[in-house]
Design a protein around this ligand. Sequence first.
Ligand code: AHG
Ligand code: MN
Ligand code: MN
Ligand code: MN
Length: 335
Amino acid sequence: MQIGTTLSQFIIEETRLYPGATGDFAALLNDLTVACKFIAAQVQRGALVGALGSAGTDNVQGEAQKKLDIISNDAILHSMDWTGHLAGMVSEEMDAPYVLPAGIPRGKYLLLFDPLDGSSNIDVGISVGTIFSVLRAPVAGRDAVAADFLQPGVEQVAAGYALYGSSNMLVYSTGYGVNGFTLEPSIGEYVLTHTQMRIPEDTSEYAINASNHRHWQEPVRRYIDELMAGRDGPRGRDFNMRWVGSMVADVHRLLCRGGIFLYPFDTRDPAKPGKLRLLYEANPMAFLVEQAGGAASTGTQRILEMEPQSLHQRVPVILGAKNEVERCVAYHREG
Ligand code: AHG
Ligand code: MN
Ligand code: MN
Ligand code: MN
């Protein structure tokens, strides 16, 4: 019996691929995993530790916060704010960038995160997760300002997620493919279990919240209607549908067995051209999906090339199997 490759070992070995790497980044990811293990433990204990239910507050986007949204946000802030590797942090649950405590050196990285993804699933025992994105601070050694975080997704140094599901996993990429690690509870370590995850170019499975059908634009309606028509429609074969409602779980399924995921533009609210947030949901997931051989678009633009306008900006998201994403994008071009 042997311990497999631990995440700490893998990160250190991977960062040796980068000439001049100081080890700061490896340390940053390691510190983040401590928060993820803590959140995994709270999610697992749930009602036993009073972690379920509403916090009675709203976040900057007007969503009701769950207790676990706040517990997870605090866990990440406090696992990361002492390290000296960061110049600032942005989270779904905070209006403005988090200012690091006085007396801590300001580092060269920025951390952007969705502390608990899948809030609506917390209280009902369904998989949830944490999503993160790492950028380089434009100016190292000083407090980051909001504009520093508004970098296109192609600039991400790393992106990943923790999945709190039937197994607890940590999946991330630094631009050398996507690797997945499973938390081995007996030793409290993430161990490499999913090497170089790939999304096949074709698929017979799609994920979308179909209750929004009436709010979609014509190209997405056409695309989904054709999938639903199955072998009797223009696609000439049947497609299966899955929608967990936690982006982490839906994207994890794509990375494990392929598929396409859509939270497209919808016409419900002109102020919100989509539901998912660019900086800490769409960009990190688009980075992972592209690293796994898939594609990620808003329907009209590659997500990773978007110039962010604001910290909590929402965007339409279509990602996964390359040929399916390209087909859906082609329908947008055709109008
Ligand atoms: P969050 O819980 O971080 O606010 O994100 C929820 C998101 C995402 O996880 C999921 O794909 C989507 O909301 C589900 O939306 P619907 O409830 O509209 O299906
Ligand atoms: Mn939320
Ligand atoms: Mn989310
Ligand atoms: Mn969230």
